[in-house]
Design a protein around this ligand. Structure first.
Ligand code: PRP
Length: 178
């Protein structure tokens, strides 16, 4: 895939910011009302780093922040179905609420993997917040509590999402037109 391929804007920078703003308000209200256990915001690298940075600054909640790097796509456009952990989180999850920040939920394998591992680590409650959701692609049933944008089954890049490590820096979500 070449860098100079045309990219059609699917979700503009302004729409992304509006969507993230609304989602941050919803998350803040719900998590304030549900329980008092300490909160960890867990950003799933690499794709979620842009969304996480924007979202976390709008949450009116105190939290720890940590990172986990998972991969199941490699340079392919389809999931291998096997989630590989490249970098684990460092804080203890014992007795804490965990808000997992994802850029996209597709097959659901990554969410399923994380929920199992977080439960095994003693997390008291687990919430998923994803910038994008592609429900039509789901292969395993997973609950995603907070979604900013539902999208159709098309390959998207930008705002953290890549095609073979390119396009993460784009300030919008777009579709590569070949
Ligand atoms: C992407 C994305 C999610 C996951 C979702 O990660 O960031 O973590 O896939 O797909 P799923 O619902 O089918 O499991 P990827 O493996 O592309 O790694 P990256 O974030 O480093 O690009």
């Amino acid at each position: 895939m070449q860098k100079d391929l045309p990219i059609e804007v699917l979700i503009s920078e302004a729409d992304l910011q509006r969507g993230i703003d609304q989602l941050a308000k919803k998350i803040s209200v719900q998590l304030k009302n549900e329980g008092a256990d300490p909160l960890v915001v867990l950003c799933v690298l690499k794709g979620a780093f842009v969304f996480a940075a924007d979202l976390i600054r709008r949450l009116s909640l105190s939290c720890e922040v940590d990172f986990v790097q998972l991969s199941s796509y490699g340079s392919s456009e389809t999931s291998s179905g096997t989630v590989t952990c490249k970098k684990d989180w460092e804080v203890s999850m014992q007795g804490k609420r965990v808000l997992v920040i994802e850029d996209i939920v597709d097959t659901g394998f990554t969410c399923q993997y994380l929920r199992e591992r977080l439960l095994a680590g003693g997390a008291a409650d687990i919430y998923f917040a994803s910038l994008l959701n592609k429900p039509s692609r789901r292969l395993v049933p997973v609950e995603v509590e907070f979604v900013a944008f539902e999208i159709e089954d098309q390959f998207v890049v930008g705002f953290g999402l890549d095609a073979d490590e390119k396009y993460r820096e784009l300030p919008f979500v777009g579709v590569v037109r070949e």
